[in-house]
Design a protein around this ligand. Structure first.
Ligand SMILES: NC(=O)c1ccc[n+]([C@@H]2O[C@H](COP(=O)([O-])OP(=O)(O)OC[C@H]3O[C@@H](n4cnc5c(N)ncnc54)[C@H](OP(=O)(O)O)[C@@H]3O)[C@@H](O)[C@H]2O)c1
Length: 138
């Protein structure tokens, strides 16, 4: 892409990348890696005509979530549609280095990273995460 002078890459991270992820530590750590990798590549590749975006969705209704067997009645979160998340990512590519899709998700990340002590944000996020998991795994 950099040789031909154009292209675009979207890394799919997660809102958890901004906070940290008790009960899903390895997964969320990999998402934090992507957030750092993608935002750095955004700077490196912009002068070469390649757009890079880190898309960090919150809860999104997908096959993965269905396969894990989330009980939606116990997890009253703002579940976004996969198509809405993907469309927001495509719109932002070329304009931003990172995007948290959805107003509620944006507010949650801002609140947890700017207005809350880190330990409090971690316990809150961990409590949400644990509700989406099979109790036998906790
Ligand atoms: N769902 C959420 O709440 C949520 C929240 C934050 C971030 N995310 C992130 O969003 C991304 C998509 O997740 P999802 O929820 O849409 O999961 P999903 O429904 O399980 O979809 C995963 C997709 O990845 C493809 N895939 C898996 N392994 C692959 C491989 N080795 N090579 C190429 N393609 C591969 C699958 O293709 P096949 O169907 O052909 O196997 C499938 O299309 C993931 O990075 C996930 O971490 C999801």
């Amino acid at each position: 892409m950099s040789q031909r002078g154009n292209g675009g890459i979207i890394f799919v991270s997660s809102v958890g990348a901004y906070v940290g992820g008790p009960y899903n530590a390895n997964y969320i750590a990999s998402k934090a890696f992507l957030l750092n990798l993608g935002t750095a590549l955004h700077v490196e590749l912009k002068p070469k005509g390649v757009d890079v975006l880190v898309l960090s969705p919150g809860p999104t209704r997908t096959e993965m979530v269905d396969a894990v067997g989330v009980d939606f009645s116990k997890v009253p979160m703002n579940w976004m549609k996969a198509g809405t998340v993907a469309a927001a990512g495509l719109r932002a590519l070329g304009h931003k280095s990172m995007l948290v899709p959805g107003g509620i998700n944006k507010k949650m990340v801002t609140m947890m990273t700017r207005f809350m002590p880190r330990q409090m944000a971690l316990s809150m996020f961990g409590s949400m995460m644990s509700k989406t998991m099979d109790p036998s795994l906790l």
